[in-house]
Design a protein. Sequence first.
Length: 495
Amino acid sequence: MKYRSVIILVCSASLMLAGMKSSPQIYLIGDSTMADKELIGNPERGWGQLFSVAFADPTVVQNHARNGRSTKSFIDEGRWQKVVQQLQQGDYVMIQFGHNDAKKEDLSRYAEARTDYRANLIKFITDSRTKEAIPILITPVCRRRFDSKGRFYDIHGEYPAVVREIGKEFSVPVVDLHKRSHELFEQLGVEKTKSLFLLLDSGKYSAVPKGKEDNTHFSSIGAAEVARLVSEEIHRLGIPLGGMMRKDGPKELVGAGKLVMLDCFYNNEWKQDSKGRRYRYHYVWDDTANSGFSMLGTIISQTGAVIDTLCQAPTQRTLQRADIYIIVDPDTKQETEFPNFIDENAANAITEWVKAGGVLVLLGNDKGKAEFEHFNRLAQRFGIRFNEDSRNPATATEFAGATFNRFPDHPLFKDVRRVFIKEISTLNIQEPARAIFTDNNDVIMAFAKVGKGAVFAVGDPWFYNEYMGTWRLPDGYDNPRAAENLFRWLLACAF
């Protein structure tokens, strides 16, 4: 089976014109199997996190599913009321509960199948219809369960049947995810279903350092497969939502099982909040301000890869977890009182890791904004040198000088019209490096194949949040698409 990913397209509700929505909104309510998960160091994904919805007009996919919730607790905690308050005519509400409703030992969540569970599902339907929204019921997805003879079995009891019955009684479309997942898991069998769930060795992911054996929650592969089942059922049922989905289908899950590590040792900048607590910022995954890489982290995660951070000097041991290692904008003494410089030991470890199959991404900066001496000692091992210059000046309102719009035939620039890269250090290259992109005889981007691995370099952090959205750039710039293309290419080792 070829596993494919499903991408969430999220746009702003401010795209309503004259009080009218440009397209319906889709609200997902449910439990942990559907919910969004933390990205950093965490391989777990909810299927709602990888659910693909692509409309002709911009839309919002709002995943309100939360870990551990049942129909009862979702209502009791006020979560359903918050959704109801937002619903408008033509919106969709996709409803999947059952895992936690069955927990008799927990009275805050337990909802007996034919009484409270049934009543709560009916409430979701009637409240949605009162707001002229369209409810879609989803039977609970199966857990991974096999007996001693390798035969699949289910433990959801009457809950899936109740969903089907309510669907018929109230004329609500039912995505029978229980039936479809049962068929899929039974077909794949004991061994092949393992990649769909969280059967993790220790030492791979920082969020689960001791490993994990979890036959309920999904890996990116599993979440994408379940999202695919939901999409197929929507089309089969003829729900109008199906005609609004992506025409080109889900994208390949090229990052599944891979880890993208971001350096926070050489780029090691800190701030203090209003209470005096220190926190990292500037080109880090969890920085959601203009200076951060949170949008890039989301794009990479949507390939199926896991993002993580390395906050110590790289060694052969610490790099062993990573498939891609990103070093961005090494600190100068003006940025950090005691900066960490790339020394010979670290350079040796990185070089050996690349030769063994790692992919190194070097994102520099222009003159005066990054440390070059030690950074170049590493880069030159691969035939690349940052020139310590600065081209492509730009102001807050003038973008032309930092705009590129003529590109070579390369996967990085597929469907890319314009990109914005300001104040770049150009590159000087020699074997084994080669230019990927040049402009006016300046090398802007370079790539080197080294042993079983590779190195990509550009003289700017490039994909930080400030220039990944249209709040700063005018419409028509494709930095997010270029970011996705780059990491899909690198993760697929398409060099």
